[in-house]
Each structure stands twice: as structure tokens, then as C-alpha cells.
Design a protein around this ligand. Structure first.
Ligand SMILES: Nc1ncnc2c1ncn2[C@@H]1O[C@H](COP(=O)(O)OP(=O)(O)OP(=O)(O)O)[C@@H](O)[C@H]1O
Ligand SMILES: [Mg+2]
Length: 460
């Protein structure tokens, strides 16, 4: 990190006023004093320019015919809560300027003011801004370092390391992320990791399983409700979106939501505000949304059970977690970490895996992915009397299907069709004690075809 870069560029100041004369003179003043002025004529234009300009400081008149300076203030805080906003106020609007400062404006300056007075305030605002940015960058840096040591989700396969790298890249952005993958692949683990590495990492991480509640309950959990909006709504309730304000909200099993809930979610993502059930006023929220599903949402869109517009809102960044059978390289390190965790939790000595046991773990296809592995080992630790975990302590399905052809070659990544074919032929051959005509029979092919294939593999 180089704090110098934060100071090197002249601070960008967005000046908002409805009078062109004032805009012109302020622009000239600011430029000569080493700022980078941008102007917007009126509050509406000011609001429009905020998102792409992302100014370091906003200097705005309070009373303007279209949109007031107080509205510009709240717009600026939505774009970036750390932007100092300075209000220029006349006697008539002094009251609302004072109020605005109480609500987070950086300063107000009463008109008419002297140039040096304004410049002094702008300099202070710039310094304030610089410190905030520097502080945030530092915090993120520290967080990233911590994460790289302790919290990095376990795995060493190429595809898993790619997942982690992508998660680390998107974490500091405020982007919505859609995490996909089969059940038990670690979607929630990745969601938490993204949250922890983000600037929101020290705020709350809330989650909900959208498949676990009926529509009306889910909606009141998500958006909140007002007292009396339905039977049982005996008092106002804050929804999870609002409760996760400044933090991250994880929508698990998003594919399970109904059409009605999907419309409402879309609204939240577009407007960044929620309307509690039974309420008339929207509440604005600053919540980062992460979502996960084990369904193929594009398929669901085709079938009409998921809204395409919601999908595109969620899928700004897509992180796909490969199933464990496609990253068998992760199995030994995951197994080791589960054994360590189990020993620590039980206050027991660390048990180790027998060679056969590891072979069996590597050969199994793990339809339940990491969760199934974790459970299998937890059980094996309990069943093993000694310090070595033998294969017979594993669930039967794990050992029974040891020669599962898909992973017989232990390809860490997606195997090619040829690799599967080859592995499968070898497995059948072994099972048939090397007898090629019986193997061909088992495989349902002509012996000559088998010979040809073996010759191609260099194994005739
Ligand atoms: N890389 C990993 N390192 C350590 N533990 C992991 C890892 N991936 C998954 N786990 C563990 O496996 C279990 C399943 O992970 P998680 O709940 O994140 O999966 P999921 O994809 O959300 O599953 P589901 O679709 O069923 O909700 C958890 O106990 C989690 O701690
Ligand atoms: Mg989950």
C-alpha cells in the first residue's frame, strides 16, 4: 500500500449550485488553490454526477429549485458514506444546514463567506477524507494478510485456488456475487470469506435459507413488517436486509424463492431500499448481497421459475465451486484439517489416516462433497479405537465403491472422456483378473475393439 497515491492527486470536488455565476467563480477559485473542481448545475445534476465521479468532497448549496442540498447530502452518503459534504447556506436555510450537520454533513458555511474561509474548510475536508481512505486501505491490507494465513478456506487443487483468487478479487468491491455449486461444496464458506475480506468485514454477516420458510414468513424476515400488517404481527419487525445494513446479507438457496419474493428482491437490488410488509414508506439500505444456489438458474429461467432480470442482478460476479470429485487433490488437506479440528474439539490426540483409508477417500465420488467428507471423518474418528483410522471405519458406501471409475485415475480436475474410458477399462480388466475376453464381455464391446483400445493406450 502506498498512502502517497491517496495524496498525490488533487482532491476532486463536486460543486453543486443552481447559479452559474457562483459555479464559475468557485471553479476558478478551487482550481487555483490546487483542487480539481467539477460542477453540477442544480441538485438533480449533482445527484446524477455522483456515482461516476465519486468525488472526494461535495460542496453544495442548500436551497436549489429542483433537488435540495440536503438531498444531495444523502445521495453522496449512499454512494460513499465517507465523502465529506459541505453545505453553503443562506440565513433562511441555516436551520436545515445545522440539522444536516447533525445528520452527518461535514460542515456548513454561511453565505456570504470569504474565499480563504472556504478554502480552509475544503483543506480540512480533504485531509479528513485522505485519512479515512488511508485507514480503510490499511484495514483491508491487514485483513487480507490475516485471511491469507488463518481464514483461507482449505484446499490446494488448481480449481479451488482459482475460486479463492476470484473471491479475494471481488471481496473488496461492493459487487453482488452469485455462488453456485453442488450441495456441500462450501458455498457458505466462500460467502463468509468474501465478507471477511471486504471493507464490511467487521460489520455483520447475516444469512437466510430461502428454501426453509413459506413465502409470507420469508418476506417478513427479509423485508420486515409493520405492526398489524397481518395476524401475528404484534409489533414492528426489522427485516434482515435492514439489520445487515453496512454489512453483508447472504441469500442462501435463492433458487427456492417464489415469483412474488423474486420481484421484491429485484426491487431491493435495483433501488437499494426495502418496503417492510404492510408499510408504505421505503427504507434505504446499504447492504451487500451475496447469493447462493445449487440449482442451475439459467435452466430455471428457461422453465419460467426464475426471473431473468433478477438473475442478471445477482450474477454480476459468478463464483462456481467445482464438486469435490473434480478436485480430489483437496481431499488429503481437507481430511487432515477435519482430523485436527476433531482432535481439538475432543481434547484428544490427533488420529492419522491409514494408507488404505486415504486411498478410499481419494477414490470415492463424494456426492455430498465436503460436508459428506467431514461427516465421514467425524464418524471414523469415533469408530477407530486406536490412533490410526482404518478403512473399515469409513461408511460402507465410501469403501464399497472404491473403484468408482470416474476418479480411479485420481484426476484432480475434470477428467477427459478418454481418461475416464481408460480408467474404466483398466478397472474392469483388474476385476476380471486380466482376462481380456471376459473384460470385453463386461464392457459390452468386441474383444478386437478392446485390443485396439489397449494398443492405443500402449497397454496391449
Ligand atoms: N474449503 C473448505 N475448508 C474447510 N471446510 C470446508 C470447506 N468447504 C466446505 N467446508 C465445510 O463443509 C461443510 C459444507 O460447507 P457449506 O455449508 O459452505 O456448503 P454449501 O455449499 O453451502 O452446502 P449446501 O448447498 O448444502 O448449503 C461445512 O461444514 C464447511 O465448514
Ligand atoms: Mg449452504
Amino acid at each position: 500500500m502506498t498512502p502517497a497515491t491517496a495524496t498525490a492527486a488533487p482532491p476532486r470536488v463536486l460543486i453543486v449550485d443552481d447559479e452559474t455565476g457562483i459555479l464559475d467563480s468557485l471553479r476558478i477559485l478551487l482550481r487555483t488553490e490546487g483542487f480539481e473542481p467539477h460542477v453540477a448545475q442544480g441538485g438533480r445534476q449533482g445527484l446524477e454526477r455522483l456515482p461516476e465521479l465519486r468525488p472526494d468532497i461535495v460542496l453544495t448549496d442548500v436551497r436549489m429549485p429542483d433537488v435540495s442540498g440536503v438531498q444531495v447530502l444523502s445521495g453522496a452518503r449512499q454512494v460513499d458514506p465517507e465523502t465529506p459534504v459541505i453545505l453553503m447556506t443562506a440565513q433562511a436555510t441555516l436551520q436545515s444546514a445545522v440539522q444536516a450537520v447533525n445528520e452527518g454533513a461535514f460542515y456548513y458555511i454561511q453565505k456570504p463567506f470569504r474565499n480563504d474561509e472556504l478554502i480552509a474548510i475544503l483543506r480540512r475536508a480533504a485531509e479528513h477524507r485522505r485519512l479515512r481512505v488511508e485507514n480503510q486501505t490499511l484495514k483491508q491490507e491487514i485483513r487480507r494478510r490475516d485471511a491469507n494465513e488463518a481464514r483461507r478456506p482449505i484446499g490446494r487443487s488448481k480449481s479451488w485456488l482459482e475460486v479463492l483468487r476470484l473471491a479475494e478479487t471481488v471481496a473488496p468491491t461492493d459487487s453482488t456475487v452469485l455462488i453456485t455449486g453442488e450441495s456441500g461444496t462450501g458455498k457458505e464458506v466462500i460467502a463468509r470469506y468474501i465478507h471477511e475480506l471486504s471493507a464490511r468485514g467487521d460489520q455483520s454477516f447475516l444469512s437466510i435459507n430461502c428454501g426453509a420458510l413459506p413465502e409470507s414468513l420469508l418476506e417478513s424476515e427479509l423485508f420486515g413488517h409493520v405492526k398489524g400488517s397481518f395476524t401475528g404481527a404484534v409489533k414492528d419487525k426489522t427485516g434482515l436486509f435492514a439489520a445487515a445494513n453496512q454489512g453483508t446479507f447472504f441469500l442462501d438457496e435463492i433458487g427456492e424463492t417464489t415469483a412474488s419474493t423474486q420481484v421484491k428482491l429485484l426491487r431491493v437490488l435495483q433501488q437499494r431500499e426495502v418496503i417492510p410488509v404492510g408499510a408504505t414508506e421505503a427504507v434505504s439500505v446499504d447492504t451487500r448481497v451475496l447469493a447462493a444456489t445449487n440449482r442451475d438458474l439459467e435452466e430455471e429461467i428457461k422453465r419460467g421459475s426464475f426471473r431473468a432480470d433478477l438473475f442478471y442482478r445477482l450474477n454480476v460476479i459468478a463464483v462456481h465451486l467445482p464438486p469435490l470429485r473434480q478436485r480430489a487433490d483437496d481431499i488429503p488437506v481437507l481430511a487432515q484439517s477435519f482430523l485436527e479440528a476433531s482432535a481439538a474439539a475432543r481434547g484428544d490426540t490427533l488420529k492419522e489416516l491409514g494408507e488404505d483409508t486415504l486411498d478410499a477417500l481419494m477414490a470415492y465420488s463424494w456426492p455430498g462433497n465436503v460436508r459428506e467428507l467431514e461427516n465421514a471423518l467425524e464418524r471414523a474418528v469415533i469408530l477407530s479405537a486406536g490412533n490410526v483410522i482404518t478403512a473399515d471405519a469409513l461408511p460402507e458406501r465410501v469403501t464399497a465403491r472404491r473403484a468408482e471409475p470416474l476418479v480411479a485415475e485420481r484426476t484432480p480436475e475434470t477428467p477427459t472422456l478418454e481418461a475416464i474410458e481408460r480408467a474404466y477399462i483398466q478397472w474392469v480388466l483388474r476385476n476380471e483378473g486380466g482376462n481380456k475376453s471376459r473384460a470385453a464381455d463386461m464392457l459390452g464391446i468386441d474383444p478386437s475393439t478392446l485390443y485396439r483400445k489397449l494398443a492405443r493406450y500402449g497397454e496391449s
